[in-house]
Unconditional design. Structure first.
Length: 190
């Protein structure tokens, strides 16, 4: 509902709130699990305890789970290999316009049922999500967040419908997480 409630002895008050949460964590306590050249010093118990620091319900509320690997020293001074920022800005602006035209809101603010009914998901895309949901044990929240991310991926690509590849990409962001090396977690809290 995009609200935060502050409760005190004298009562409580609600304020509008819209949060973008970005979480970064090392893969383990020493920081070297999965590193190509440096050995991890953590035992299995330490790894398991560290990985439980982000609970399942919290991880479930994070839209994008992106593993970030170590940058080789040779690449630190290299020219960026990503599109120019003005091209990214144009793509994001066009996607936002598309979302506002479709829903009168950005995908992040659309109710799950409305997103499911009006998001223009291809049947094969929904079938893939259904199959993955059963195999991965996705919660209803994770299902809807995956739909939302897939719809956004399609918007960024300029697609009217949501193709199978957009759902496949969204699932890759869902499947990774705090158990992968150096996960960077990005999402909105709802």
């Amino acid at each position: 509902d995009r609200m935060v409630t502050i409760a005190r002895i004298a009562g409580s008050i609600r304020f509008p709130s819209d949060v973008l949460l970005i979480v970064a964590m090392n893969p383990c306590p020493c920081g070297y699990a999965g590193h190509a050249t440096i050995a991890c010093h953590c035992d299995e118990r330490a790894l398991a305890r560290y990985r439980r620091r982000i609970s399942g319900p919290l991880a479930d509320r994070i839209d994008l789970h992106i593993p970030v690997g170590t940058v080789p020293v040779a690449d630190l001074d290299a020219a960026p290999r990503t599109p120019e920022s003005h091209l990214l800005r144009e793509s994001v602006t066009a996607a936002r316009v598309r979302q506002l035209q479709r829903f009168d809101a950005l995908n992040a603010a659309v109710a799950p049922r409305r997103l499911s009914l009006s998001g223009r998901f291809e049947p094969a895309a929904v079938a893939l999500l259904r199959d993955a949901s059963e195999k991965l044990g996705l919660s209803a929240r994770a299902w809807h967040r995956t739909l939302r991310v897939a719809r956004t991926i399609a918007d960024l690509a300029g697609e009217d419908g949501v193709p199978l590849l957009a759902v496949a990409e969204a699932l890759r962001y869902r499947r990774a997480g705090p158990r992968t090396p150096q996960a960077l977690l990005v999402g909105t809290i709802q």
